[in-house]
Ligand binder design. Structure first.
Ligand code: C2E
Ligand code: MG
Ligand code: MG
Ligand code: MG
Length: 286
């Protein structure tokens, strides 16, 4: 309907809004109803353990299918959700859905972990911890199967509340990962003092490692520093075989990216996991 409106306005020559502004307005107006209208769904992207090739876990990625605008990427509405406060409700929705799904997969894929993105805005909402606890109880997913990803920059901007909430979550048995590492100007010496068990190196550093020796050196250094601090490392946005080969040489623990799989809806991802783990070497995790 909204798209139709845009066309109409254009044709009649009384377009107050440029299409992007109109789109923005529609997004803002409809966001509060997206959950209720059943327009959100989740896709999952696998994280692969490089040494054995097996899937270690999946990251839940939120999708919004809008009846008029089509698929709206998260970066077009998450910031709005953060400003308006809906992000809290949305995150609970994601957690609930994703925990239930991964619990369902437990028999087929024992040990599979679930990562959910945590907006830095929620680091100022200590009541989140009780909700996480409740959702784990209600869905039956073991706390040590859940990883919450916070971007490096978001964490650094909320360092004190972040430290508090991540410590509380750790007490529950939930792990934390630093997302988009390398873009936020923090140092590993600093991160060492946070309850973080996984570092995800941002795609922008991974992109060039096969061609650019400086990028390769940076990534190699991050990997070795992180490991010396007992933090595991994952490379984001891995797209090519040569990147995989290099990262394996560098002893990177995990990788995620289009090379392995795009994010897929649950059913498709399940097929991917079945097929992939059949071809991977090594024993299934206990
Ligand atoms: P992110 O957590 O860093 O997720 C990785 C993004 O990179 C995803 O985009 C994924 O589809 C994309 N990606 C993965 N592998 C590759 C690759 O090999 N090449 C390229 N070019 N891209 C790749 P997506 O799904 O559009 O999500 C973008 C961001 O939106 C996420 O970045 C995350 O910060 C945020 N987001 C997504 N779902 C949620 C959510 O449920 N809650 C919150 N708070 N944020 C979310
Ligand atoms: Mg993430
Ligand atoms: Mg990321
Ligand atoms: Mg990102």
């Amino acid at each position: 309907q909204a798209l139709y409106e845009v066309k109409e306005r254009g044709r009649n020559g009384y377009a107050f809004y440029r299409p992007t502004e109109h789109r923005h307005a529609v997004i803002e107006q409809d966001l509060p109803f997206a959950i209720m209208r059943g327009q959100f769904y989740l896709c999952y992207q696998p994280k692969v353990r490089l040494a054995k090739g097996r899937a270690m876990g999946v990251e839940a990625l939120l999708r919004w299918r809008h009846p008029a605008l089509g698929d709206i990427p998260p970066l077009d509405f998450i910031p709005l959700a953060e400003e308006s406060g809906f992000i809290f409700e949305i995150t609970l929705w994601v957690l609930e859905r994703a925990c239930r799904q991964v619990k369902e997969w437990e028999r087929k894929f024992p040990g599979l972990k679930l990562a959910v993105n945590l907006s830095p805005f929620l680091l100022n909402r200590p009541e989140l911890v009780e909700h996480v606890k409740r959702i784990l109880r209600e869905t039956g997913l073991a706390p040590d199967r859940l990883i919450l990803e916070v971007t490096e920059s978001g964490l650094m901007e909320n360092i004190e509340t972040g430290r508090h909430i991540l410590t509380e979550l750790q007490r529950l048995g939930v792990q934390a990962a630093i997302d988009d590492f390398g873009t936020g100007f923090s140092s590993l010496a600093y991160i060492r003092n946070l309850p973080v068990s996984l570092l995800k190196i941002d795609r922008s550093f991974i992109q060039g490692i096969a061609e650019n020796s400086k990028d390769a050196t940076i990534v190699d250094t991050i990997i070795h520093l992180a490991k010396s601090l007992d933090i595991e490392v994952l490379a984001e946005g891995v797209e090519t075989e040569s990147q995989v080969a290099l990262l394996s040489q560098m002893d990177c623990d995990y990788a995620q990216g289009f090379y392995f799989s795009r994010s897929l809806e649950a059913e498709k991802l399940q097929q991917w996991l079945e097929e992939h783990n059949r071809n991977a070497c090594g024993e299934p995790p206990a």
